[in-house]
Design a protein around this ligand. Structure first.
Ligand SMILES: Nc1ncnc2c1ncn2[C@@H]1O[C@H](COP(=O)(O)OP(=O)(O)OP(=O)(O)O)[C@@H](O)[C@H]1O
Ligand SMILES: [Mg+2]
Length: 252
């Protein structure tokens, strides 16, 4: 199963945020997506996950176009994103946040509750078990009963990852998983992503912390002003003249 975007164009009014972006993440791949502020990285994620509609180009999962599917259907197909700013339910506990992320359940339909009570109970048991596994995997079990608003920035990023994992994804799009996270917890998040990747989940990761990112990913793609300007191994990419120019141009 591969995840692919082909020739994506996105305009906001007269501004072209994405200008013919093509990129492939192989099955079980681990790819970093970097680039200066405003390059179009989060916009690409929004399009891939079905939160925004591109003006041209296609998003394909295993060669199948996803463009007719809205975000929940893409998640069911195996493609899930996280948000740059975590979107937890502040007043729900960590465990409740995970349970609430689980896909549409038979029991949510009142008829389902009347006619298939056994099935509802089975689904709930599966979801509850997955929530406990996710809490354990992400080491969030100690804070499972705390309201999400009490979590640190790093723990909120972990919860955001956990909410994605509740959907049993084949590919996860992570938008800045290390931003505002202390170095110890960055190490934890890196370790968790490694484990999940070893279990076969593919990742495309937007991140500005290049040191942490290059410790994790064997492959980088660079977006600059709506175009992919380089891709390949981190060493080659980060010494590439166009990439250095894009970053220097950003701070100058
Ligand atoms: N809904 C929108 N309407 C208008 N302009 C937008 C919209 N979303 C994004 N943009 C613009 O598109 C460009 C790309 O934004 P995007 O958020 O994708 O950048 P980014 O690469 O994720 O940046 P950062 O690293 O700062 O998060 C920016 O100039 C941004 O202002
Ligand atoms: Mg962004």
């Amino acid at each position: 199963m591969t995840l692919e975007v082909r020739d994506i164009v996105m305009n906001f009014g007269g501004f072209r945020a994405l200008d013919g972006v093509s990129l492939t993440v192989p099955a079980g791949g681990l790819v970093g997506l970097i680039g200066p502020n405003g390059a179009g990285k989060s916009t690409l994620f929004a399009i891939m996950s079905g939160f925004q509609t591109q003006d041209a180009g296609a998003v394909l999962l295993d060669g199948r176009p996803l463009d007719a599917l809205a975000a929940p259907a893409r998640a069911r197909a195996g493609l899930v994103r996280t948000f740059q700013v975590p979107r937890e339910f502040r007043n729900l506990t960590v465990r409740q946040n995970l349970l609430a992320a689980a896909p549409g359940q038979t029991g949510e339909n009142l008829l389902g509750l009347f006619f298939q009570p056994g099935r509802v109970a089975r689904e709930e048991a599966v979801i509850a078990r997955r929530a406990e596994e996710t809490l354990r995997l992400l080491k969030l079990a100690p804070v499972a009963d705390q309201p999400a608003r009490q979590l640190s920035g790093g723990q909120k990023k972990l919860l955001e990852l956990g909410r994605a994992l509740m959907l049993d994804p084949r590919f996860v799009l992570l938008d800045e998983p290390f931003a505002g996270v202390n170095p110890v917890l960055i190490g934890e998040i890196v370790a968790r992503i490694r484990e999940l990747n070893a279990a076969g989940i593919g990742f495309l990761i937007i991140e500005h912390d290049l040191e942490a990112l290059t410790r994790l990913v064997p492959y980088l793609a660079v977006l600059d002003r709506g175009r992919i300007i380089a891709q390949g191994g981190p060493d080659a990419v980060l010494t590439d003249a166009a990439v250095r120019e894009a970053y220097l141009g950003g701070v100058a």
